[in-house]
Ligand binder design. Structure first.
Ligand SMILES: [Zn+2]
Length: 371
């Protein structure tokens, strides 16, 4: 079940260049290609593993998310596209790396002349998902409504006569260098090689209907603003191809009292001058509800307290952040006559003279200690 590190899979270091990553993948893809290893499920797994690693590490955006969040950041666990890529995805990826089905020494693997027919994929759907801090902290199951294009029940297809089912039309063009054959996507079937034969009345010309579906998603704990989760095959369907993906873009709803800082949560606590001097038991809010904490007698403004494990789950594992409580001592701004007199009587008391000495660390020392 444990997924191998993508860099380890390709046998490159984290600092490898895009070119080195490409080369490493090309080597593995040739070594483990199914055509070279017929009926060898182990080779096929290796082939898929390498393709998945390359798919992530060759994409700067995904690579960055992977470097930061590991497999979960790129949809590698927690139910998002868990099975990785299918063979169609992998072969369509080859277009970029081997310079198209026809050229290079690799073309033969596709079974000759025609080149690999690229599988068509339906369009992706993208939804935004707003999450509270509590939902982000522990993960949450959400149900969302999406309108998907689905192939209608009862629709039948026949081979496209314009392209003889190949999905491509070839045109011979006369150029300075002689005759060249250019292939383009068939305009009649849109490249699928199939056209609708019979369809129900509510389906469009492509045999598709729009249906509202409720999809439930497990959002892992620790996601962050802008992160994108993907559920493969939950996007729009397409005749003669595979369904697109459902992409879920995370938005954080700002919390009015707790502030997120990575996996930690920061809370600004104000205590009265009296509570700070005499000590007190005070309720503070946390992600999981109120908690009583003890303020020691003689607590100084600027002290930081830590509630271990009261923060946000790490997206890569099972550790949790903490809640940090910043203690601010509140100086009264309005005083009655009696209160003024009482304090006036203490003005020259030795115990009220500031004496930071060595026991009080500076603000910067404290910051160093806590972060
Ligand atoms: Zn066609």
């Amino acid at each position: 079940m444990a997924k191998r590190d993508y860099y380890e899979v390709l046998g490159v270091t984290k600092s490898a260049s895009a070119d080195e990553i490409k080369k490493a993948y090309r080597k593995l893809a040739i070594q483990f290609h199914p055509d070279k290893n017929p009926d060898n499920p182990e080779a096929e797994d290796k082939f898929k593993e390498a393709a998945e690693a390359y798919e992530v590490l060759s994409n700067p955006e995904k690579k960055q998310r992977y470097d930061q969040f590991g497999h979960q950041g790129v949809g590698g666990a927690g139910g998002f596209g868990g099975g990785g890529m299918n063979m169609d995805d992998i072969f369509s990826q080859f277009g970029d790396i081997f310079g198209g089905g026809g050229g290079g020494g690799f073309g033969s693997f596709f079974g000759g002349g025609g080149g690999g027919r690229r599988t068509k994929k339906g369009t992706n759907l993208r939804v935004k998902m707003k999450l509270t801090l509590a939902e982000i902290a522990n993960g949450v199951e959400k149900k969302i409504k999406v309108k998907r294009h689905l192939i209608a029940d009862g629709v039948t297809f026949k081979s496209c006569s314009a392209c003889q089912g190949s999905g491509q039309v070839k045109k011979v063009v006369n150029t300075m260098l002689g005759q060249m054959v250019s292939a383009s996507t068939c305009g009649v079937c849109g490249g699928s090689g199939q056209i609708v034969d019979k369809k129900p009345a509510d389906a469009d010309a492509r045999g598709l209907v729009v249906k509202e579906e409720v999809i439930s998603i497990n959002i892992p704990g620790g996601v962050a603003e802008g992160m994108q989760l993907s559920m493969s095959g939950k996007g729009n369907e397409i005749p003669g191809g595979i369904a697109g993906d459902l992409l879920i873009v995370i938005e954080e709803i700002e919390d009015k009292v707790l502030q997120r800082d990575g996996n930690n949560v920061i809370y600004d606590l104000y205590v009265s001058f009296v509570d700070a001097a005499l000590g007190a038991s005070i309720e503070v809010p946390t992600i999981e509800g109120k908690v009583k904490i003890k303020i020691e007698q003689g607590t100084q403004s600027g002290k930081m307290l830590r509630l271990k494990g009261k923060g946000i789950k790490d997206i890569n594992g099972y550790t949790k952040g903490d809640q940090l409580i910043m203690v601010n001592v509140w100086t009264p701004t309005h005083l009655s006559k009696d209160e003024k007199e009482a304090l006036e009587g203490l003005r020259y008391s030795d115990n009220f003279k500031p004496d930071p000495g060595n026991s009080e660390k500076s603000f910067f020392d404290k910051m160093k200690e806590f972060f």
